[in-house]
Design a protein around this ligand. Sequence first.
Ligand SMILES: [Zn+2]
Length: 302
Amino acid sequence: MKQRTLKKNYSFSGKGLHTGKPVKMTVKPAPENTGIVFIRTDITQRPVIEARASNVSKTDRSTSLCQDGIAVYTVEHILSALTGLGVDNAIIELDNVEVPIMDGSARKYAVLIGKDGTVEQEAERRFINIDSPIEITDPSGAYVRIEPAPKADYDITIDFGSEVLGVQSAHWDPEDDYIAHIAPCRTFCFFHEVEFLLANNLIKGGDIYNAIVIVEHPISEAQMQLFREKFEMPQLSVTPQGYLNNIKLHFNNECGRHKMLDLIGDLRLCGGFLNAKVTAYKSGHTINTAAAKAIEKAIGIK
Ligand SMILES: [Zn+2]
């Protein structure tokens, strides 16, 4: 199979989820064997940050990279989209530190780029194959297990002990329709987490359009009213299923599918298209990227 790149440039404007900073991102075609690289165009020297596991610098709620002291934050959704669309080579220019969050999913990237399709290049695709299983675990019981296989086959299960979420599973392989089944799935958080951020002035209103909010415990009318005012959404309430009605779910297991979206993006940091059976349980960015690092090590990338 040959490498592929984009047909043209695609620009996305928005703001970073964690920094709140406005940013314009332009995803561009790239020559063979470039892989995926970020360029910070707001810095005079236009430094390059390669999308590799050895550049992972932070995994607290999102995946950040840092190369030669220059960082890019929240890279996982665009990496996931490019992987789901089968893109080998792309240059991602950013005029600020964080990738725009858009609606909290990879929908916009995937739909726009997917509509045009990609172009084939001369060089062969770089598939990553491992010889023996790799397993990364953490004390909570979460794990990512990667086993040798002739093609990619990813499964994830999430279980946070939440009655609203329940136990959710999701699957992906390259024959799957990434644009329809994975890309639209948005990030999620719990009501009490947002409440904590509000109480500590860590978010100053704005919008909550880019997250599914899970309401695990009963909340008072006063708590609800505070949310309505802060987010300027007077209709805000809790659905019978236990979600805030700021958005409508695309799938009953949208949260599990979003965790798959993240897993695909984080594992792309191993440097190519992974041919392996991946089984993940409750995994997040920390163990996902630790798995990508372990793959780099296993295949001999320094
Ligand atoms: Zn995510």
